[in-house]
Design a protein around this ligand. Structure first.
Ligand SMILES: *[C@@H]1O[C@H](CO)[C@@H](O)[C@H](O)[C@H]1NC(C)=O
Ligand SMILES: *[C@@H]1O[C@H](CO)[C@@H](O)[C@H](O)[C@H]1NC(C)=O
Length: 289
């Protein structure tokens, strides 16, 4: 567990939330050819952690927030509804997924290389168990592992925090080593300021795919979005990006202010999507991650 300070336009609150770590997902035993055995126990570890926290007082909570970043952001999306189901109806349960909105897009060589990575994870770790049944009824498990599909099934209020120019995804999904980037692409993925106009168009297309995926969130009244255009990854972990003088701002709110207003229901439709890079001057305070 960890405490996160949620600042809002009307006050400051400290909220104890549960922070998801990497890959709280599968359960499977795999025998390797050399005789060694790999155990994937993420799902059981997650369940054991929640069981223990429930015993330690979480079952008396009146408010609960599940959050995590990157792979933990994805795990937050995957477990949001079952986490919520552990509480009675009068408890306010919400989830904040940071930098977990991985996209199913082709890399610069035209290959769906990240889909292949995900496909491996889904089958190796037997992730099927945690994927929404309504998605599995119509789609391949691997497709259902991508947040753009997952969020269609989620009923618990969720706040999605992500950069539309997510630096990890640009480096590993859009321009992975396997796409054999040339020198200009290598320096571009290193720092977005080095990208030329042709490359920025490719990054903008990535952004537009992400923004398009949020259409399904438009009608979800109790959901929140903070989709900035800063070249970064995991913005809730560090005070400098979460809430500081030089934090990225959307609608003149820092991430903590927007998330605080969403969490406490102080503003309707706390959904902000930034304009295209490099239009947001508040990104300039961010160090290249
Ligand atoms: C921009 O980068 C691309 C990709 O590496 C390269 O092919 C192209 O020649 C560059 N364009 C300019 C105008 O430098
Ligand atoms: C933006 O927010 C800052 C800090 O909260 C405040 O001082 C400033 O007046 C706000 N600006 C506008 C235009 O609302």
């Amino acid at each position: 567990t960890s405490c996160k300070i949620l600042i809002s336009t009307t006050g400051t609150k400290c909220l104890c939330g549960i922070v998801m770590g990497r890959r709280f997902l599968g359960t499977r035993k795999v025998e390797h050819r050399d005789g060694s055995t790999l155990h994937f126990r993420g799902l059981r570890i997650y369940q054991a952690v929640i069981d223990e926290l429930m015993e330690k007082g979480l079952n008396n909570a009146t408010q609960a927030l599940l959050t995590g970043c990157s792979a933990g952001g994805l795990a937050t999306i995957l477990h949001c509804d079952d986490f919520s189901a552990r509480f009675s109806r009068d408890v306010s349960v919400k989830c904040l997924a940071d930098a977990g909105f991985f996209l199913d897009v082709k890399d610069i060589s035209g290959k769906r290389s990240f889909w292949s990575v995900y496909d491996g994870v889904v089958h190796l770790q037997n992730v099927r168990e945690v994927l929404p049944k309504d998605c599995l009824a119509n789609k391949e498990p691997t497709e259902c592992f991508f947040p753009a599909e997952l969020i269609k099934s989620i009923r618990t209020p969720m706040f999605i925090l992500n950069s539309a120019y997510d630096s990890w995804q640009i480096r590993n999904v859009l321009v992975p080593v396997s796409s054999a980037p040339d020198k200009p692409w290598s320096i571009c993925k290193d720092n977005i300021r080095n990208c030329n106009s042709t490359q920025i168009k490719v990054l903008d297309a990535f952004r537009n795919t992400m923004v398009g995926a949020f259409k399904v969130v438009e009608d979800k009244e109790d959901w929140g979005l903070f989709i900035d255009s800063c070249f970064t990854h995991c913005q809730s972990l560090y005070g400098i990006s979460w809430n500081s003088e030089i934090s990225p701002r959307l609608g003149n709110k820092s991430i903590a202010e927007a998330a605080g207003d969403w969490y406490h229901g102080r503003s309707q439709g706390e959904k902000e999507i930034d304009c295209e890079y490099p239009c947001n001057p508040t990104c300039s305070g961010q160090l290249p991650p």
